[in-house]
Design a protein. Sequence first.
Lengths: 235, 295
Amino acid sequence: MLKIEDLHVYYGGIHALKGITMEVPENKIVTLVGANGAGKSTTLRAISSLVQPTQGKITFHGEDITKTKTADIVKKGITLVPEGRRIFANLTVLENINMGAFARNDKDGIKKDIQRIYEMFPRLKEREWQAAGTLSGGEQQMLAIGRALMSRPAVLMMDEPSLGLAPLLVKEVFRIIKEIYSQGMTILLIEQNATAALQVADYGYVLETGNIVLQGPGKELAANDEVKRAYLGKA
Amino acid sequence: MELYLQTLANGISLGSLYALIAIGYTMVYGILRLINFAHADLLMVAGYIAFYGIMVFALPWWFSFLIAIALTALLGVSIEKIAYRPLRNAPRISVLISAIGVSFLLENLGIVAIGARPKSFPRPEELVWNIKLGDISFLSLTVIIPIVTLLLLVAVTYMVNKTKTGTAMRAVSRDFETASLMAVDVNKVVSTTFLVGSSLAAVGGILYSLQYPQIDPLMGVFPGLKCFIAAVMGGIGSIPGAMLGGFILGMGEVFLVAFMPELSGYRDAFAFVILIFILLFKPTGILGENVVEKV
């Protein structure tokens, strides 16, 4: 469904992505693992057009979206939950959720989706009228995911959703990822928590300084000795 | 007592005028983190367009005012497109310098094209007349200005807090990139902000020209500076803050002149003294942003 071919991205003089080719098939969880600076976030940012690749092609349902503007990519159905949650701290929780539905005009559908999000995250309902900046880290992550779901994406990209959360909340985030997936969502996931990510993923790519060095079904990668040594902290 | 009431009325009138103009500064700052120095000169542009509409093209005053507001708003939006947008990712100081440049450009274009000699602004009879209440008499403008301002302030507050566009504005002011991830066209939101701010400046400029019916190419400089101070005093970036700052400043100035006439020569300095104290003791302003945020 989402295909990336030979993607190159530069930040000034730094060659951040050196020709990445990968694919996200429909209704699968695909994960990118790798050390800091390997190019995981850059890949997602390039898909969302937050950075412009110098070379390569990104296609969605066969359509070239390499040069499509960020806002239009969301309208086409690819939504990014950015790293660090990036909720609008000055807006209320409900306003944040509504921002996710910015491109939509179906009032009834939006209402229904808000109810669905509240069922998934009851804490958000309790705090509906609070400024989002007053939420705890875990609640902010729930809000960021809920907000992204409001755009009714076909592909949900998540950049480090468990970053900086307590172990219990990390579990909760992965439970939510599985739940969203079971409802038929296609997910592209970046995680520093490589073990957990590879466990839930159908397919994984291992990035190293801008290159894909390994790929395979999630569980296979998790069992791979080289991956274990380099990323999972096991001898 | 009469003096007191009269002064109060004048203070409200001037204060609301300042509030109207200060909102433009605060809105633009909120979204671009830029002090839009050209904002002050929009007052002058609106004044001159209204002047020429009435005097040269013999348009009815209300129509001339509408055209002045529309053209000034368009100018405000164009200034952003031409002078600020290409510098969106440049250091903030570059954009600031660009804003100062636009301001000087407008002022000097005015001097070259129109001449530095002040022109007297027409006061339509339907709009400006004397009201006598017992012993106090005042211009109708003293009432009209606060009413117009109040209506606009309510409208802007509603727009920013209750509408989809307003919510998008607040989201963009917080985080451009994430707003674009919500399918918000950031450029459109920025243009809307300039449209609203510049329209308010135009209304402010016209009311100012009616109140002090002499217009010249530098007429925007002082009220502009004062409204900027009002915005800082209220807490730059905060719309209620700008309103509050405007009222405090207008009131203070009028009362200073009325009750300490020996200091009236310092009426313009008054604003700057306040600015210095605000920056010393509460740099974020009275209602300045102080969002508690957990990271």
